[in-house]
Design a protein around this ligand. Sequence first.
Ligand SMILES: Nc1ncnc2c1ncn2[C@@H]1O[C@H](COP(=O)(O)OP(=O)(O)OP(=O)(O)O)[C@@H](O)[C@H]1O
Ligand SMILES: [Mg+2]
Length: 250
Amino acid sequence: MSLLRVANLMVFFENALVVNDLSLEVAEGEIRGVIGSNSAGKTTLMNALSGLLSERQLREKRRGGERITIMGEITYRGETITLDRPVSRVAKGVVLCRERHPVFPESDVLENLKIAGYLRTRREIRETLEFVFDLFPNLARYRRKRAGFLSGGEQQMLAVGMALVARPRLLLLDEPLLGLSPLMQRHLVESIARIRDQGGITVLIAEQFARPLLPLLDYAYVIENGLTTLSGKGPELMENPEVRAAYFGV
Ligand SMILES: Nc1ncnc2c1ncn2[C@@H]1O[C@H](COP(=O)(O)OP(=O)(O)OP(=O)(O)O)[C@@H](O)[C@H]1O
Ligand SMILES: [Mg+2]
């Protein structure tokens, strides 16, 4: 059975169709990817999965506007979560690390990590912190440093660490490689493998940097203008001429 199943998801902003009849599945223990260039609809999809989109829709409705339309069904562990609030999805184990996830710049690294565990027990937080510091040794080194003073790459690692402290069963990563040096990108890709292998966490990643990521992906969906145009096993897509032309700059 799939851990996550998205069936015929459609999202409109006003009359603009941003996610077009998108269906996907992620089985427990897999790392799957959604590959797409700018404006493909990756963030909109991730926000729909985390509940941020329906939350925004609700806020707009209260103000009397109805700009966002969401259709389709999101199922997690066999249960429909399409209408769940974001916090209830987090409680169930669906955790999103947002694109350019903001950290609290005035708080230190450790405080940031602890804040992210607000739904978890102290023991759970302590256990996860060990794992996070093992994955990202710089966070351990700078645990008392203000987050605002970390490099962009370290802030990205902190953001991923914060998502982990929320104890996901399904971790959603929105463009985690954005703005990272090739070296940092490799480190993060390796860390994502460890998050699955050692952490036992299922992962769905939205990315435009396909090249470093595809070898890791059990399965990937290529989306353009909100529409799935291609899908297959990561290593197979690596060899696909269309993918190479569109995402590898060759
Ligand atoms: N709140 C919004 N209101 C109106 N249009 C929006 C809104 N958010 C996104 N869009 C539009 O929806 C489309 C998809 O945007 P989205 O942010 O999901 O793409 P993306 O794949 O995450 O892109 P990027 O790689 O730049 O992060 C874009 O054309 C964007 O302009
Ligand atoms: Mg985006």
